[in-house]
Design a protein around this ligand. Structure first.
Ligand SMILES: Nc1ncnc2c1ncn2[C@@H]1O[C@H](COP(=O)(O)OP(=O)(O)OP(=O)(O)O)[C@@H](O)[C@H]1O
Ligand SMILES: [Mg+2]
Length: 110
């Protein structure tokens, strides 16, 4: 996939519930190719839950994540990674001597 053909990542009305707790409540955003975004929020706001859905680790209760022709909420983690949508984990799960660049390459090759 060349830079010109990378589609936007379109998150629409993404909702995740754990029993009675709504961790994500109809979250929508679009990540266009070549842009950098940050997700900020207090502990428990749902940041990791969001990335866990984007990478297929958690299932959405409702909503969609479109990447071009693909609906990512229906795919398994390795299929999502194969499309080039990669994630890395928080500091506790990172290789201790990896640089930021190393960690990103590690995610992309998973
Ligand atoms: N697997 C799970 N089962 C039940 N509840 C969960 C699960 N994962 C997350 N939660 C809950 O969902 C809410 C959002 O958690 P999440 O880990 O996404 O927050 P966060 O923004 O990443 O927080 P932090 O800044 O501490 O990393 C919290 O109330 C958390 O307890
Ligand atoms: Mg987190």
């Amino acid at each position: 996939m060349t830079a010109e053909t990378v589609p936007p990542l379109e998150v629409r009305e993404l909702t995740v519930r754990f029993a009675g707790l709504t961790a994500l409540d109809a979250v929508s955003f679009t990540v266009r190719p070549g842009t950098v975004h940050a997700v900020i929020g207090p502990n428990g706001a749902g940041k990791s839950t969001c990335f866990n859905v984007l990478s297929g680790v958690y299932r959405a209760s409702s909503g969609s994540v479109r990447f071009g022709e693909h609906e990512l909420t229906a795919l398994r983690p390795h299929d999502i990674a194969g499309l080039g949508v990669a994630r890395i984990f928080q500091n506790l799960a990172l290789p201790p001597r990896a640089t930021v660049a190393d960690s990103l390459l590690l995610a992309a090759s998973a």
